[in-house]
Design a protein around this ligand. Sequence first.
Ligand code: ADE
Ligand code: ZN
Length: 325
Amino acid sequence: MKKIELHLHLEGAAPPAFIRSLAKEKHIDIGKIFDEAGNYAFDDFWHFLKVYEAATSVLTRPEDYARLTRAVLEQSAESGVVYSECFLSPDFCGGRDLGAWREYLHAIRETADDAGRDTGVTLRGIVTCIRHFGPAKARETARCAAEAAGEFITGFGIAGDETAGKPADFAWSFDMAREAGLRLTAHAGEWGGPQSIRDCLRDLRVERLGHGVRAIEDLALVDELAEAGTVLEVCPGSNIALGLYPDWRAHPVRALYERGVTVTVSTDDPPFFHTTMQNEFDRLHAVFDGDDAVLDRINRNALDAAFCDADTKARIAKLLEPGHV
Ligand code: ADE
Ligand code: ZN
């Protein structure tokens, strides 16, 4: 099955061996972020954020991001992904300096075009601020996003620690991105509950939510999301690996879908969570009792909710047609 992925952090998709070899090449000590088997090691979400930031510290040049982009697209293609939206953080790509950001973005985009031709994966970028870095840095990030808005950079979002600060602190950044023509998404309803989702929708006016799964704790909110057509970028493997739910059976993806919410499925940070898009879809198949029509619906929801232009969407839609090889 060809797949559409809407929620993937570019640095979070870096295989541990890739990060290890860059650290070695550059003699950078990134501490104990790997276990004995060589995988990323963390105890909980907040530790995960620290490990993530340590891993990104070896990505110091545009060419590192070029290599990473190619590796990630090859990885996505192995799972049958044909269209992917990935989060890019100017915090990590040049420390929010506009000139440096342009160079990083140029390298990423050029590789996305080349590797896109080789792998068949179309990539688009969503510029992302980091909530626990605070609103002042988010404003600088929004400036990077606004000036890059176009065919490749299609959206603006916020990731990081949802328990830090409040959405209203970031309204200026989201307003700036919206005025630049960017589409909007925000991580909410992962480590925050229903109120965090409500605050986000009210103050940031996003059309998609990263995760959003904890809406299930307030069925009136679930019905509002369904009614408004708010799209959830659900990442079950990530939620389970980080301990939000004990296993796939306890995960609310099916309950949300059955109550009418527009559900999509992605991997978030696949090597961190030992997952792939193929694995997410295999597990989903079991959760929905082998009903292929549901998987098809979830994939089409993702294409409908993609932030790319109409021509790109039409081209990708053709790839999903039955019989297309
Ligand atoms: N950044 C990378 N993965 C994330 C997640 N699952 N939640 C918040 N921020 C993130
Ligand atoms: Zn995420």
